[in-house]
Design a protein around this ligand. Structure first.
Ligand code: GRF
Length: 203
């Protein structure tokens, strides 16, 4: 990685995690990092509009009507064109194929609103509540070819309250996500951590 790590942020929706990362950089809490490009697969993604308003390079490569492989290759090309070192999925609602994962080996992160390996997939805050867990949270992990499966960089927890709904729980988890993602990126770019087995540990 170059001296300044260039991030490519991929999103499909409102983009609050993107804004948290951008905020941490602006506040000097996340050093040695810049957002090289924001890519969305939907033109109506709120995060895309937010990025453009902030003057961050942002592009939509619409996935609708495009064959999966063709769409991925266009995304990979855009990330390479922006000289991205680290890809951060931030509410990017597409499953990546091995071709995409292989294009950025060990350099794709995702944030997921559960304590993996529990509750992979979608609708996970409601699923955690229905299951009756007492502790929920979020996970930042490296992306591999299986969904919500790669090596965990860090997790943050929240206690489930008796009066929680899926919405109140999701909101508290989201607040933790906004701290977890910048912190996780900081760890990854620090060069101080490495993967031992499935464990991401300080070397
Ligand atoms: C977050 O809950 C994230 O964990 C999940 O998708 C949601 C994205 O939210 N992968 P936002 O677009 O960053 O606000």
């Amino acid at each position: 990685m170059s001296e300044v790590t260039r991030l490519g942020v991929l999103l499909s929706g409102r983009g609050s995690n993107f804004l948290a990362i951008a905020g941490a950089i602006a506040e000097g809490e996340l050093r040695g990092v810049e957002i090289a490009v924001v890519l969305a697969n939907r033109e109506d993604a709120g995060g895309l509009a937010a990025a453009r308003e902030m003057g961050v390079a942002a592009r939509c490569i619409a996935s609708r009507g495009m064959e999966r492989g063709e769409h991925e290759r266009a995304m990979i090309a855009a990330l390479r064109e922006a000289r991205v070192d680290l890809v951060c999925l931030a509410g990017y609602m597409r499953v990546l194929t091995g071709e995409f994962v292989g294009a950025f080996p060990g350099a794709i992160l995702n944030i997921h609103p559960s304590l993996l390996p529990s509750f992979a997939g979608l609708g996970v805050q409601a699923a955690a509540l229905e299951y009756g867990v007492k502790v929920a949270g979020c996970t930042v992990h490296f992306v591999d070819e299986a969904v919500d499966h790669g090596v965990i960089v860090l997790q943050r927890t929240v206690e489930v309250q008796d009066h929680d709904t899926a919405e109140t729980l999701a909101a508290r988890i989201l607040a933790e996500e906004h701290m977890a993602y910048p912190e996780a990126i900081g760890r990854v770019v620090s060069g101080l951590y490495g993967v031992v087995g499935r464990r991401y540990v300080r070397l």
